[in-house]
Design a binder for this molecule. Structure first.
Ligand code: ARG
Length: 457
């Protein structure tokens, strides 16, 4: 039977079923590098307090580097009893450097250690996620720029509403992802709050210099209370929420493109690289990438709600329930990094059918513009809305387009209609009239592109 870190007060062995139930090494091995980084810093902090001699600290540092190399080269051999990554690394260290390894954990607990490891790991992963978000924003901006001439129907309630630029839609996604990136950036300093030096719960009895440790590990601050330092998993909750919200944006983008890629719409065609076929129906090309993006949103949400249920109602400081925090954290990061990269690739390789998009515009989508024509002649909008509605009905009764009504027809609805009303029936003009900040006009779409480019620079 392997010697347990905590075996001193035990005489009975552990039920093998419990052993398997208790272990976390099969997933927390992902923290191996963070765990070693934290230990190397902690050994230096112990040396500064005179707990380790300079020679002992050097021995530990080298030993830990050797352990890290084994992980990196895939030669680290797990042993029965390697309950978690902390246990495994310390066990291997003691095999490599002998009994001095036993000094490393002085004043430290797995409770402050695990929280530190997770934060170290997550900091780098969040930085990578921000990079993927930026790449995605870049892909959307690039498309928006090259497709700026393309007009399409804009929808509310999935009913055709008003003409918009396709680029305008692409940029709406880009601003979502930009905000996601900003949220992750603002989250980083909260991730980088150092629990190490909190001990098991009550604090460190060897006066380790936690400010120094924070600097050494590149943390932004020190957890200001040791109970809080070991209790807190808000950073996991926050990661899961920010990830869930980002996945909502991914999912909504995917849903739009799934709809637009149906034969009935035919606005976009997914590249073969991101589609699959049917095993039965030879003609099928299915938007599997988009469906997976939509589906994986649910998975990240599930991780968040599962974790919140675990987190709620825990008594203060460390409880083993908290071991359940890691898998949803890993899964959210993995799901997000895959999803963001696929989304960017789908956007960059998407084929669009500009004729089909523009061809789906119908004159009734300019009924608002007709009302606005009268507004410009001084008629209150509430009245013009009714008058334009009457014009829509007149066209419907005659089974013609609203743009087929003559000036004389329109004059029966309101005397202010003049010959120039015919200029209303121009999709390009309609779009370009919407030129206040954020509108779908060419100029304001270009301004949005510039704004995002500046942010990306
Ligand atoms: N494997 C544990 C976890 O993931 C590490 C902390 C264990 N601490 C303890 N006091 N049992 O949470």
């Amino acid at each position: 039977e392997a010697k347990k870190l905590w075996g001193g007060r035990f005489s009975g062995g552990t039920d093998p079923l419990m052993e398997a139930f208790n272990e976390s090494i099969h997933f927390d091995r992902r923290l191996h590098a963070a765990d070693i980084q934290g230990s190397q810093a902690y050994a230096k902090a112990l040396k500064r307090q005179g707990i380790l001699t300079a020679a002992e600290q050097k021995t530990l540092e080298k030993g830990l580097s050797a352990v890290l190399r084994e992980w990196q080269e895939g030669t680290f051999e797990l042993r029965p009893g390697d309950e978690d990554i902390h246990t495994a690394n310390e066990r291997r260290l003691s095999e490599l450097v002998g009994s001095v390894a036993g000094k490393l954990h002085t004043g430290r607990s797995r409770n402050d250690q695990v929280a530190t490891d997770m934060r170290l790991w997550l900091r780098d992963e969040v930085t990578a996620l921000i990079g993927y978000l930026r790449t995605l924003v870049g892909a959307l901006v690039q498309r928006a720029e090259s497709d700026v001439d393309v007009l399409m129907p804009g929808y509310t309630h999935l009913q055709r509403a008003q003409p918009i630029r396709w680029s305008h839609l692409l940029l709406s996604y880009a601003f979502w992802f930009q905000q996601d990136a900003v949220r992750f950036e603002q989250f980083l300093p909260r991730v980088a709050q150092l629990p190490l030096g909190s001990g098991a719960l009550a604090g460190n009895p060897f006066q380790v210099d936690r400010e120094w440790l924070a600097k050494e590990l590149g943390f932004a601050s020190v957890a200001p209370n040791s109970l809080y330092g070991t209790s807190d998993r808000d950073f996991v909750a926050e990661l899961l929420f920010h990830s869930s919200l980002t996945m909502v944006h991914v999912s909504r983008l995917a849903e739009d493109l799934i709809i637009y890629s149906t034969a009935e719409f035919g606005f976009v065609k997914l590249a073969d690289a991101y589609s699959t076929g049917s095993s039965l129906m030879p003609q099928k090309k299915n938007p599997d990438s988009l469906e997976l993006l939509r589906g994986k949103c649910g998975r990240v949400f599930g991780g968040m709600s599962g974790f919140m249920m675990t987190y709620k109602g825990l008594p203060s400081t460390y409880n083993k329930d908290m071991q359940e925090d890691k898998e949803p954290m890993f899964d959210a990061v993995d799901t997000l990094s895959g999803s963001l990269q696929i989304t960017a690739a789908v956007i960059a390789t998407l084929k669009i059918n500009p004729d089909k998009m523009r061809g789906s515009l119908t004159a009734d989508m300019l009924a608002t513009d007709l009302a606005e024509y009268l507004v410009r002649k001084g008629v209150p909008f509430r009245e013009t809305h009714h008058i334009s509605g009457a014009a829509v009905k007149m066209a419907e009764d005659r089974s013609c387009q609203i743009s087929d009504l003559s000036v004389a027809d329109l004059k029966t609805l309101h005397p202010s209609f003049e010959k120039d009303v015919m200029q209303t029936w121009d999709f390009e003009k309609s779009v370009d009239r919407r030129s206040s900040i954020g509108g779908t006009s060419r100029a304001t779409v270009k301004a949005q592109i510039d704004q995002l480019k500046q942010w990306l620079a």
